[in-house]
Design a protein around this ligand. Sequence first.
Ligand code: GLC
Length: 799
Amino acid sequence: MPKLFATRYGHFTPDGREYVITRPDTPKPWVNVICPGEYGAIISQAGSGYSWMTHASFNRLTRWEQDLVRDEWGKHLYCRDRDSGRVWSLAFQPVQSKPTFYECRHGIGYTTITAQHHGVRSEYTLFVPPEEPLEIWRIRLENRGRRTRRLDLFSYLEWNLGPAPDTHREFHKLFIEEEYAEGAHALLATKRLNTIAEHGRGQPWNVEWPHVAFHALSLSPRGFETDKEAFLGRHGTLRAPAALERPRLQGKAGKWQDAIASLQAALTLRPGETREICFTLGVADDRAAALRLARKYHAPAAVERAWAAMRRHWDRFLGPLTVETPDPGFDVMTNLWLKYQAMSGRIWGRSGYYQPGGAFGYRDQLQDSQVFLPLEPARTRRQILLHAAHQYGDGTTLHWWHPLTEEGVKKPLNDDLLWLPFVTLNYLRETADFAVLDEPVPFLPEPGSSERQSGTLYDHCRRAIDSFWDRMSPRGVPRMGAGDWNDGLSAIGRELKSESVWLAHFLVGILEGWVELEHRCAQPDRAAIERYPREAEAMRNAVNQHFWDGAWYIRATKDSGEPIGSSQNRDGRIFVNAQTWAVLHDVVPAERVAPLMRSMERFLYKNYGPLLLYPAYRKPDPEIGYLTRYAPGARENGGLYTHAAVWAVQAECVLKRRRKAWALLRRFWPVHRGMEPDLYQAEPYVAPGNVDGPDSPYYGRGGWTWYTGSAAWMFRIGTEWLLGVRPTWDGLLIDPCLPPEWKRFRMTRRFRGSTYHIEVEVARGPARMTVDGRPHEGNLVPAFADGREHRVAVTIPPA
Ligand code: GLC
């Protein structure tokens, strides 16, 4: 089979749906976050990882410790040859044996690890069916030798059952109880203590973990074990557990063990024979439901149905927008992996190896939910309403909150609340579903009160925007509060006096967008129509009068009034967001565009993409925040911060700089960066949160993969700005910003209920367009909203 983007660690399959890792010793764990909804599991190329339901930190089922070097915590599978006594693991971990063949295929919704040890070929597939609280490990063993093999398979996992990391495990283990349910071939596990009260039921520290976990086998196990010491042996290791030296696991269930779960399956394979068995791991509301699920997957047909449902689920969500461009690396990420990362990793799973997470960030998942706009906009809608319900009556919001407990943190980071109208506007441009504005949503009760006001989504958005009138600095830009989009500026506004220039840019665009919305409402609000443009213009002037630093915009001021991101500073002289959003929201006057872009190119655009700021802070600045405490060049301190970097590409597209936009995006496009795997280190199939900047000795090293808001933004900016197929109030705009070497592309995309097959070609002559074969004026495709398919052909002149 042809290999796409092959390196010494792996390659994509030709259809891009799998990344095939060909050896376990990748530079860092290369993982798959598999979460089609509520239940999630992560698995690395070495076979390590963990599982959770709803919340990866508050309801983690299996123990895992964050150690990306050893990467040994996981749910493991051992195989033993009963005759020779040889033991290996189906994945690299935990035995670390040397298979004659090893391959880990991370796919959309599943991972398959194939290996061959001592003449036995094993294929271990982990997948999570949609709508079910469990994962399935489908295992095929094939005897490739000439004699009959008598084999034992052993599973192994450590229960966590609740909040993680549970650092006090000697305490917590005292509350876990296991039962062996013979008919279901299952170990059931419960915990008599939960330190949180899920959904407000019961008292934290005085309530049961309200679920029953199960670990089951499709055939009748030969034995089981529930005690870690019995399994590993005193001072034993995961590499060579003592229990595997005995013919049978002979554990006891009960309340007194150091709770693990291990099931033993005995198999005999004639030469050439293949056998398939399944383990499940999952969680249910009660014992009966756990037993039902355990039993259901004894049947291979049920496993097959779950597999097919899983495939359909991901096709449904990823399928509605596809592209074909001259760059297969662009296509693989856009058609599959960015969407998958945004949904599986960020919206549903909210977890990754670098950040186990679990909470909802007010601004984070709202932005992420924009990935659904062209795919399944009802999901964006749902996310908008969910976040609206985490807003107070005065317009402010929680900075983040935990599902399951609804606890959250209220911090005055003054951008949080504005993402609600920002995403709502984008949702409306996509869908024209103005009815969403009338949806009633409760406000959070003010601390100390139980009274819950309610308002429509429209009210929620307006309160967010209008709360700014009391929040302006004397110079006419918004106060930053305790921070803004850049969480690392965590100390810049402790006295709530600092000013944010980026926030001014951000707010200007929202005010103007909102006026466009009002004009389209049945009963436009005259006061907003009159006031918002005036305020936007005043803010634009204030920014340009006070915060233009000669060749770029200052980023912010500290509580003391001292600027950051200014030529007066030694470190952190220029910040990218203060420049990009001035372009995106049209704050920068025409005569300043050229110097502004020159400054970006000169200071920020580096080999691996645009940096967040330059130069890195060499010393911690307690008046700025933890951003300055990272090592120089790491993450937000002078690294490429992918989430912000994509906005620079968008700015290039807004300015129609066709030679720049893709050239810049390509510098940090994961597939292309992945071609230098030893330098880059990160997975080539998902976006990294950051890449080390020039002030780091590891310049070019990627990290913080999966758990980054950049996935959804990369997808959006690639399709809406680079390819330029962009929803607007009045139709689908086709306004590409293609690099000179791209002569054509195709896109199939849904828009307001119709499907558009769009073909763009670069050719001499004037720009022209046909819709369903008929010439069409301009470059705005109407929203037919007829449920049909339409063909759009566009010709644009060369760059
Ligand atoms: C992290 C936060 C996000 C923030 C970004 C920049 O990704 O989750 O909310 O905007 O860092 O600091």
